[in-house]
Design a protein around this ligand. Sequence first.
Ligand code: ZN
Length: 233
Amino acid sequence: MPTALVLFSSGQDSATCLAWALNAFERVETIGFAYGQRHAVEMKQRPLLRDAIAALRPDWAGRLGGDTVVDLSGYGALAESALTADRAIEMLESGLPSTFVPGRNLVFLSVAAAHAYRRSASALVGGMCETDYSGYPDCRRETIDAMESALSLGLAAPLTIVTPLMRLTKAQTWALAHTLGGDGLVRIILEHSHTCYEGDRSKRHDWGYGCGACPACELRAKGWREWSATGAV
Ligand code: ZN
């Protein structure tokens, strides 16, 4: 089993991806990106979330290697400038939400691939999903396939980009977390993961922390409700 590098923010999706990778690979490392102020909460939560997931099972703790945070604030400043000046969360004429950060996954995957190359990791694992998603074109598997080819060619080394959540709904992502780590993993994701665009951790809902009104919270809450309704909780 090759080493995997997980693109790890502190969201529900990347938390589930980390558990998935710890189940599937002998050795797992993580990488995160600091690219803007909205992610101050994310950056604070990610070590807590990472440690809690590793502590869930001794074999996971044994497999989890280092974590690297890359400062991409220069990229963040460039990309954010393409959004609405007041940063309202709304649909734009392009058909994309104003939260779309142009090229984000392309940049993240390129930087992650460079780190993976140095760490002799031949697989990148990311939580991109084109089922219950916000319409971001760089989350589509077609985009990921093109990146996989470009990076493998450009590095002259085979690189696989694994996206275990690509075809899952948010409810199915909760179900996958439960399969991987039981109630313990679900509790950790509820308590420590962060999805809210507004960075709000002042309100605790049954599905976790968040403002409860932004598109990310709505998506997370909807998935939780659907999964809860199956009687699994
Ligand atoms: Zn929110």
